[in-house]
Design a protein around this ligand. Structure first.
Ligand code: BES
Ligand code: MN
Ligand code: ZN
Length: 511
């Protein structure tokens, strides 16, 4: 990952490939953002005019490259759009900075070093720019140029991400600034690790491989790991996870990650859907609907990343992460539509559609999480196509058994720049899942399918436990081009919301 430092160096003397500056959309054309005064001065104050000549308006996502002024050691200035110029006393909001930093970092792919002279008003802004750079510079090249063990010459068709970034305008010796950079680094590193897992092809990332990676990384950061393999799942009666994994040659796993702080008095549980590949099973998905289904473990990747990030930050809260890992495949041993599964909670489920598998693995993990009676449970899942239809592919849905908690999760998501929206759990949709054979069916009415799935999960949350469900099917995997600090492919959505929830809980500001 990009190496990041705070620097007090003057822009002119910096040995770098480029200086990044901000340009905002003013009422009468582009406006050079604070932080770039020295650069503007070196152009004799004509920088805004030069940018306008080059066609810049200051719009979000805009990149304008120009030769650096005489006397600068760096050869290039990269002016990145910040969007509408804020009112006089207001600074740029953190998300505008994060996105612009991400766009600039991506525009600098292949460069060794860049200095970022963006408008910083406080440590939180520095943290936002740091996050934007580290997340925007991400690229998944593991399999390019022959991959590991291949000839490995990256130069052939892929360029390395920006290697080094220096943030100007911050206070390198200030504790608060240092902490903001440390936080951004830990969160971005773990989030990028989640992206790597999501992008890994499913022939290399099966449940066993995922569990092994989680085990190694968690150990490194002082998180306790327990892996239930197939034998242990059978012994424990995890009928949901086993039922989904039954068709695959690669057996399912339930991974429990425990991070504890001596100073904690609250306990959160995060539960992630970890279908390493969702073919649909016997209810096979048609071609056109299965090419991106390696992303169906994005919830588990997010939970994993959030728990490790919380541990690295030493947050004063106990967190248990549950990764419900299985591969959903059709075969002679696969669960059939019509089968009844006895779940870990003891309830029976009639499987009417084997493609509604996420709720089955989550049901077992939610019940396991409930047994420890945490203060709250949050599950994260690429659960339904219906949620994508409802909210599009950048916004995740939030459902909960407690309205105040749903709002708290929504606020946390907004704070960190993750688009999300509250969704209801209408009681009348429950009866659509009535089964003539079992306690409940794994499918109900088609209309409101995302909410039906939420209602199903609710049945497997322990009595009296506060719970929220994030359906990230839309934003988990970006099939379009990169934007802001979001790359193509796995996005790592929900990681930052979970970390924020952990921070709020540690601070006693939640529940
Ligand atoms: N993993 C899918 C949901 C999904 C779809 C995620 C598209 C990301 C992109 C999930 O397991 C699924 O297949 N859901 C079904 C449920 C239905 C059979 C009740 C769906 O949404 O169609
Ligand atoms: Mn499915
Ligand atoms: Zn699925």
């Amino acid at each position: 990952m990009t190496a990041l430092t705070l620097s007090t160096a003057a822009a002119a003397g910096l040995r770098a490939d480029a200086i990044v500056i901000g340009v905002a959309k003013g009422a009468e054309g582009p406006v050079v953002a604070p932080g770039a005064e020295a650069v503007d001065k070196a152009y004799d104050g004509s920088l805004a005019g030069v940018l306008e000549t080059l066609g810049a308006v200051g719009a979000e996502g805009e990149v304008t490259k120009l030769p650096a002024p005489a006397g600068f050691k760096a050869p290039l200035v990269v002016a990145v759009g910040l969007g509408t110029q804020p009112d006089e006393d207001a600074g740029f909001d953190a998300e505008a900075l994060r996105r612009a930093a991400g766009v600039a970092a991506r525009a600098l792919t292949g460069a060794k070093k860049a200095a970022f002279a963006l408008p910083l008003t406080d440590a939180a802004d520095a943290g936002a720019v740091a996050e934007g750079v580290l997340l925007g510079a991400y690229s998944f090249d593991t399999y390019k140029d022959g991959g590991a063990g291949g000839k490995g010459a990256r130069a052939r068709n892929s360029k390395a991400p920006l290697a080094e970034a220096a943030l100007l305008g911050g206070k390198p010796r200030d504790r608060v600034y240092k902490a903001a950079i440390e936080r951004a680094t830990a969160v971005a590193e773990e989030l990028n690790r989640a992206r790597d897992l999501i992008n890994m092809p499913p022939n290399d990332l099966d449940p066993e491989a995922f569990a092994a990676i989680a085990q190694a990384a968690a150990k490194e950061h002082g998180v306790k790991v327990q892996v239930l393999d197939e034998k242990a799942l059978v012994k424990g009666g995890y009928g949901g996870i086993l039922g989904v994994g039954a068709g695959s040659a690669a057996g399912p796993r339930l991974v429990k990650l425990s991070y504890t702080s001596a100073k904690a008095d609250k306990h959160l549980a995060f539960v992630g859907k970890g279908i390493t590949y969702d073919s649909g099973g016997i209810s096979l998905k048609p071609a056109g609907h299965n090419e991106t289904m390696k992303c169906d473990m994005s919830g588990a990747a997010a939970v994993f990343a959030a728990v490790v990030a919380a541990a690295r930050l030493g947050l004063e809260v106990n967190i248990t992460g549950w990764l419900a890992l299985a591969e959903n495949m059709p075969s002679g041993s696969a669960t059939r539509p019509g089968d009844v599964l006895r779940m870990y909670s003891g309830k029976t489920v009639e499987v009417l559609n084997t493609d509604a598998e996420g709720r089955l693995v989550l049901a077992d993990a939610l019940w396991a999480a409930s047994e420890e009676n945490p203060d709250a449970i949050v599950d994260v899942a690429t659960l339904t196509g219906a949620m994508m239809l409802a909210l599009g592919n950048r916004t995740f849905g939030i459902m909960a058994n407690d309205e105040a908690f749903r709002s708290a999760v929504h606020e946390a998501a907004e704070e960190v720049g993750e688009p999300a929206w509250p969704m209801p759990l209408p009681e009348h949709l429950r009866k659509g899942m009535d089964s003539s054979t079992a306690d409940i069916a794994n499918m109900g009415e088609r209309m409101g399918g995302g909410l039906v799935a939420g209602l199903f999960l609710r049945e497997f949350v322990g009595e009296g436990i506060t719970w929220a469900h994030l359906d990230i099917a839309g934003p988990a995997f970006n099939e379009g081009g990169p934007f802001g600090y979001t790359p193509k492919g796995g996005t790592g959505t929900a990681v930052r919301t979970l970390v924020r929830l952990a921070e709020l809980t540690a601070a006693g500001d939640l529940g």
